[in-house]
Design a protein around this ligand. Structure first.
Ligand SMILES: C[S@@+](CC[C@H](N)C(=O)[O-])C[C@H]1O[C@@H](n2cnc3c(N)ncnc32)[C@H](O)[C@@H]1O
Length: 304
């Protein structure tokens, strides 16, 4: 387990305000996209009648901007609380986790493909990226090509919700025709990547169970996810938990692509393996426990 340095009070307060900055940034894209629809494209009723489409477009443009800033490793992309823990930002948790990827891989919600440079291992045969936000596909494809993964990386334009994923996997020849539910499979993938995405799926417990079913025996789920603040434990913070609720009330989920700050992702993933009497092994680290964006990072291995 990592030893996490306690943040100073100043850094801790900064960390509590960090999601607020992200939220304002996301809101500005939402406002801009709505104004453009009305005044540039003349779609006067679009904010009322096509709010889902505009929200999707705004989140896509926002996420491209966030990932570009992170790529440039500017001061804006660095997190003081991460720096005190010996990292630049939470993205530094991802490489050691993704180093475990191999075989046939499902990349859940790859966004713009910022993880692409970490997926060049020859141990990885083929990758399917299930990304429902169409505004991110162009960037995702160009990153795959730029990293030499053009042939290996296949974009599935869908959510991991079974009603969308099952037909896509059937189209790719990965699930037999006639399959209607993901828990009817005996396993498809060797590795499933979940990086900052389980916060956004509609039903966490169900998705966790379905992803578990999609794993072959001995397969791995690799996670780097922000989670609910563990405020009931000594490592958590009541104030940070209250701030999470505050940001949710301000519309965090609406402006940030259905992201939720209150997910107990570790519990959902652990329970997903109950049908088989648990996982073969779980290696998980917990980070930034006193902040509004605490993380879990690690590897869940299915029994062989
Ligand atoms: C916060 S972004 C993270 C992107 C990428 N994994 C990363 O870490 O840079 C969340 C991503 O999950 C995608 N997403 C949201 N709901 C999803 C779902 N139900 N199934 C698959 N992806 C989803 C979003 O479109 C978005 O690209």
């Amino acid at each position: 387990m990592a030893s996490v340095n306690e943040p100073t009070t100043k850094v801790w307060i900064q960390s509590l305000l960090e999601p607020g900055q992200l939220l304002l940034w996301a809101m500005s894209y939402y406002v801009r996209v709505n104004l453009e629809a009305v005044f540039k494209r003349g779609q006067i009723l679009a904010p009322l009648l096509q709010s889902a489409r505009l929200r999707d477009e705004a989140f896509g443009r926002f996420w491209v901007a966030v990932t570009t800033t992170n790529d440039e490793n500017t001061a804006q992309s660095q997190s003081p609380v991460a720096i005190q823990a010996g990292l630049q930002n939470s993205s530094d948790l991802i490489p050691p986790v993704l180093a475990h990827a191999s075989g046939l891989v499902l990349d859940v919600g790859p966004g713009t493909g910022t993880q692409m440079p970490l997926l060049r291992s020859p141990a990885i045969k083929t990758i399917y990226g299930a990304e429902p936000c169409h505004g991110l596909h162009e960037e995702l494809r160009s990153r795959a090509d730029a990293e030499g993964l053009g042939e290996k990386y296949h974009i599935l334009p869908c959510s991991v919700v079974a009603s969308e994923l099952v037909p896509m996997l059937q189209e790719q020849g990965l699930l037999p025709a006639g399959t209607t539910a993901l828990d009817q499979t005996t396993g498809v993938f060797d590795t499933i990547l979940c990086v900052r995405v389980l916060c956004s799926v509609p039903d966490l417990d169900q998705t966790a169970r379905e992803l578990y079913s999609l794993l072959r025996p001995g397969g791995k789920i690799l996670v780097t996810e922000h989670v609910v603040n563990p405020w009931r434990t000594a490592k958590g913070s009541v104030v940070a938990r209250a701030m999470q609720t505050f940001y949710e009330l301000l519309g965090w989920s609406w402006y940030l692509g259905d992201c939720r700050l209150n997910r107990n992702t570790e519990r959902a993933l652990r329970r997903a393996a109950d049908v088989d009497g648990g996982w073969e092994s779980v290696e998980l680290e917990r980070w930034f426990g006193r902040t509004c964006l605490p993380y879990i990072a690690g590897v869940f291995v299915k029994k062989a």
